[in-house]
Design a protein around this ligand. Structure first.
Ligand SMILES: *Cc1c(COP(=O)(O)O)cnc(C)c1O
Length: 367
């Protein structure tokens, strides 16, 4: 059967582990006419958007905003902060921890895998020990496969004490968790637009601390890339800043929707916003636990944007919820086929939706 993109059937409401659904006003922005990606208005808007990102990430250096997804910027972070033959410690937290190993290998790095028990936080002391023999450390902030928030402030200290460059995948955390790039001394943090920032997918974002910037400036060779060479982006920012401060055509609608979404977060106040996300995750976690589903993360390490619980028959729960018009996620390695994961981001991240979802899970479990 052919799908007509102009006439989609009714779609379920998304409570998956990302992306989130857009808020109504941002949806309207996405439907507006395309604008030029250069000129006075655009340049101001672009600069303003990057300023909003810097506030959310807690960094003075202006973050890179690169069309692609979060993973494009993970590639960029590894390609630009390391050189082939260097060695990195990668925490094996689950599907996205494993992806960091794949990315490191793709760039010719040697990897020391640091095993991490499912549901447990990464042990910063073990990172320090392993990093003595390495040039860098790569970890996720939130592992989306398990719903665990890792203690990246401690890990940053351990990496720094060991003299290693620290790169964090913050794709499932930025906007929904406390994270301070400069204050915590994280060399590079990567995120995307479609999770905690509650905008459509399509941009990767990369923030550098002063240490990360110094590492980038100190390297001798250039990465084997043009698009993902951060110096390409620096050059356009420096030389074409007043008119076209980036080397490629930018997705203007996405930029507007991202700016609108971040204004919503910043107008409420980042801390208040995150605290509200935290309270919602607790409501969700306690509700699922009360139905007999055990949380995957160890107590105190559950993430705000992805709530993951063990389930005997996740497919049955998912199917029952879909029939009620709600889509959640199943597990992902190492929780594949053994867990449900609920995303709390975007339009559906409300008490009312969490309660509707919990009612559906309760019905599914009693069938
Ligand atoms: C979603 C996710 C990714 C993949 O991000 P893309 O934007 O699809 O490239 C990577 N890491 C984590 C932790 C994620 O949650």
């Amino acid at each position: 059967m052919e799908i007509d993109p102009r006439k989609l059937p009714d779609m379920p409401e998304l409570m998956i582990a990302g992306p989130g659904e857009l808020h109504e006003e941002d949806l309207e922005i996405m439907g507006r006419q395309v604008i030029a990606h250069y000129g006075d208005l655009w340049t101001k808007l672009h600069e303003q958007t990057i300023g909003q990102l810097a506030r959310i990430l807690g960094c003075r250096d202006l973050p890179y905003l690169i069309p692609g997804t979060g993973t494009a910027c993970l590639d960029a972070a590894v390609a630009n902060l390391f050189e082939a033959g260097q060695r990195v410690v990668v925490a094996q937290t689950g599907f996205f921890g494993t992806r960091l190993t794949q990315i490191a290998h793709a760039h010719g790095l040697d990897v020391i895998d640091l095993e991490v028990e499912v549901g447990a936080p990464i042990d910063a002391t073990r990172v320090f020990e392993a990093a003595q023999k390495a040039d860098g450390v790569l970890t996720v902030h939130v592992e989306t496969a398990t719903g665990v928030r890792h203690s990246i402030e401690e890990i940053a200290r351990a990496a720094s004490d060991a003299g290693a460059v620290y790169v964090v995948d913050g794709i499932a955390s930025v906007g929904g968790e406390y994270l301070k790039v400069d204050q915590w001394g994280i060399d590079a943090v990567v995120t995307g637009t479609q999770k905690g920032l509650e905008a459509p997918p399509g941009y990767g974002i990369l923030a550098l601390s002063p240490g990360g910037r110094a590492r980038l400036d100190a390297r001798e060779s250039r990465p084997a890339a043009f698009y993902l060479d951060l110096k390409t982006w620096d050059q356009y920012r420096d030389d074409w800043g007043a008119w076209h401060p980036h080397p490629v055509t930018m997705p203007t609608n996405l930029t507007l929707a991202l700016g609108s979404s971040m204004a919503r977060i910043l107008e409420e106040g980042l801390e208040t916003w995150i605290d509200r996300r935290h309270a919602l995750a607790m409501r969700c976690r306690e509700g699922l636990a009360a139905l007999g589903l055990e949380p995957i993360p160890a107590r105190g390490f559950g993430a705000n944007l992805v709530v993951a619980h063990w389930a005997d028959d996740p497919a049955l729960i998912q199917k029952h919820l879909l029939a009620k018009g709600i889509m959640i996620s199943g597990g992902l390695d190492p929780t594949m086929g053994k867990a449900i994961r609920v995303g709390l981001m975007g339009r559906t991240a409300t008490d009312a939706m969490v309660d509707r979802m919990l009612d559906g899970v309760k019905e599914a479990l009693s069938t």
